[in-house]
Design a protein around this ligand. Structure first.
Ligand SMILES: C[S@@+](CC[C@H](N)C(=O)[O-])C[C@H]1O[C@@H](n2cnc3c(N)ncnc32)[C@H](O)[C@@H]1O
Length: 266
């Protein structure tokens, strides 16, 4: 008899098992798409039910790696959504450096393998070359954090990067783009779970949280936007993904400035 037939929810049990194995709480993510993704992936791996698959994840680190690759969706790229970076470079960074006494403290929340954080670093080098810049990238997936620290990107990662900026801030060796030292000095990466983080108030001038909350339930997303807003100093900015919105910006002291930029009220 299946777990469904006897009234138990095998998906909830599976999520509890995953949380024990790697600390990720899948119940905070939209169930429909997450469950569908997990069940179809499980089938391609030869497992027939979630209970057996949870046991496999607990036993085999390589299977857990493959599973996390599937569920956390680490897709990123340098200069992803180029129109956002033009606004950042031309308008926002000069304003932040001026109102922040020559300092720019940025946080790439859900940084994956670092493409976003290195793009911020390159934009800072171009837009505010004299500013004191520090960029923190955090992600729940420690393999992505390790990759981010290396600062190496494929040609595919660089497909939308402006050629002149790429050539100035990255070296192309062994078929890949390597971030130059001047960028590496600005960035640092840490493992962090956005569902649990409670950052210090006004710790950042700029927070980017792009293409990460789409997987969360609406309540979890709104709560996260509130905590991110708290972490931004008055006059600082929150940047969300090109197709994303903050549901109730005023509730978090945010003013919409352009479709994907929010300014923290003074
Ligand atoms: C699609 S990538 C976005 C990367 C980058 N922000 C961009 O827009 O290109 C989403 C990232 O969010 C991370 N993520 C998912 N849940 C998370 C959580 N609870 N805490 C921190 N990072 C999380 C994933 O591991 C993944 O690397």
């Amino acid at each position: 008899m299946s777990a469904h037939a006897i009234g138990r929810d095998d998906y909830v049990d599976f999520c509890a098992a995953v949380r024990r194995v790697c600390g990720i709480d899948l119940l905070q993510y939209k169930r429909n798409q997450m469950e569908r993704r997990i069940r179809s992936f499980m089938t391609t791996r030869g497992a027939t039910d979630l209970t057996a698959y949870a046991a496999l994840l607990g036993r085999e680190a390589t299977e857990l790696d493959a599973f996390l690759d599937r569920v956390t969706i680490n897709v990123s790229q340098l200069w992803r959504n180029p129109e956002q970076w033009d606004v950042l470079e031309q308008r926002i960074l000069p304003d932040l450096a001026e109102t922040g006494a020559g300092r720019v403290r940025a946080w790439s929340a859900g940084s994956s393998y670092g493409a976003e954080a290195y793009t911020v670093a390159a934009c800072c080098a171009r837009a505010v070359p004299r500013a004191q810049v520090s960029i923190l990238g955090t992600d729940i997936d420690k393999r992505m954090v390790e990759r981010a620290r290396r600062g190496v990107f494929t040609a595919e990662d660089a497909r939308d990067a402006p050629p002149h900026a790429l050539a100035r801030h990255f070296d192309f060796t062994d078929g890949a783009w390597h971030a130059r030292e001047e960028l590496k000095r600005m960035v640092r990466f840490e493992v962090g779970d956005l569902l649990r983080v409670d950052p210090r108030a006004a710790a950042f001038d700029l927070v980017l949280c792009r293409n990460t909350v789409i997987y969360f339930t609406e309540d979890v997303r709104d709560d996260l936007h509130g905590r991110l807003a708290k972490a931004i100093r008055p006059g600082g900015r929150l940047i969300v993904g090109a197709t994303e919105r903050v549901a109730d910006p005023a509730a978090h002291g945010l003013e919409p400035e352009s479709p994907f930029v929010y300014r923290k009220a003074a």
